[in-house]
Design a protein around this ligand. Sequence first.
Ligand code: NAP
Length: 377
Amino acid sequence: MQYRPFGKDRYPVSALGFGAMRFPVKDNHTVDEDAAIELLRYGIDKGINYVDTAYIYHDGRSEEIVGRALKDGYREKVRVATKSPGHLVKNAADFDRILDEQLRRLDMDYVDYYMFHGIGKAGLEDIQREKLFDSIEKAKQAGKIGHIGFSFHDNTEAFISICDAYDGWEYCYMQYNYMDVAKQAGREGLMHAADKGISIVVMEPLLGGRLANPPKDVADMMASHHLQRSAAEWSLSWIWNHPQVAMILSGMNSKAQIDENCRIADSAVPSFYAPQETAFIDQVQSVFAKRAVIPCTRCDYCKPCPEGIDIGWLLELYNDSVMHDNVGAPSFAYNTFVPEGHRAEDCTACAQCEDRCPQNIEISTWMPKVHETLKRT
Ligand SMILES: NC(=O)c1ccc[n+]([C@@H]2O[C@H](COP(=O)([O-])OP(=O)(O)OC[C@H]3O[C@@H](n4cnc5c(N)ncnc54)[C@H](OP(=O)(O)O)[C@@H]3O)[C@@H](O)[C@H]2O)c1
């Protein structure tokens, strides 16, 4: 495993961190706890020393499962990160109460990294208005948390203003991959954080898996390249090529994915790409960009839907049909496995989900098109 310096204490963090947002599930929903614990320990045994969870992941179960997985000596081998859920923290009292609840769920009296979750311009305003920088510093002084940071979803301008708003940031999480160079914080944001000495963690490096399963034209380009990298390898290695990136978080849900990502993490050192490799990724990017998919990464932050619609799943089925020019299998899944009453046509356009979507997707506008594309013909 490759290790890179991270945060103010230059912790040698594994270049690959374990994201606990996508544990294996049994019935498209319930976490398979035994499998999740086995996987997390498997990753740690392979050298991963950073685990990322959050209050909201897996409907609140992720923190509990991480806590259980880190028994039997595993806690000492890793640093743990979790996040303050901005949409539930309305004031300092909420902040304190929820942090204590998180420590109980994790069964820990201290968490190494604590951050404001998924903030953007509005999130920063809430933090400033409710004086939550004071709250997070008090939690640090009380020995409940170690290092302060933020995870981010918004545009470059918002990212830069957040970086500049507080001197205590040690690290930030940003969505970054070869399709997001000019989206979200983007390359400009990445450079800004690096210049300020804020360590960078990349999340959604495969766009939730989409970049690991590209459309045929992109897959063909990769297959004919002499380097013979998998689609996941092209994406991850391109990110690790950035010396500004300390760590990539990936939500792996099989041992094969852990094996592959650890193997890539071993060799993809900063600035190892030849100019031809960078040029190849530029070509891939332009072919990929022609596919007008919905920018959903199935993070499920949109949940719960009052109609019980599994929004991320339906958007993924739609995207699969567009990316692979084939509606057959997605349509079969939609008509066979999505229960009546919970299909895209059942969206009432209440738009509660849109307030929570980190990608700003106009979900209620897409739903009729999703149904029209996937419905039985
Ligand atoms: N703070 C925030 O706002 C925020 C937001 C999002 C994520 N995060 C954190 O960042 C972590 C990483 O994000 P992410 O889970 O979206 O990462 P990601 O790597 O973009 O997506 C993970 C998915 O990619 C696929 N995958 C991973 N490795 C693969 C490989 N070698 N070959 C083929 N497919 C592979 C798997 O999809 P399949 O299941 O389809 O196989 C996996 O579920 C999360 O787990 C979470 O901890 C934070």
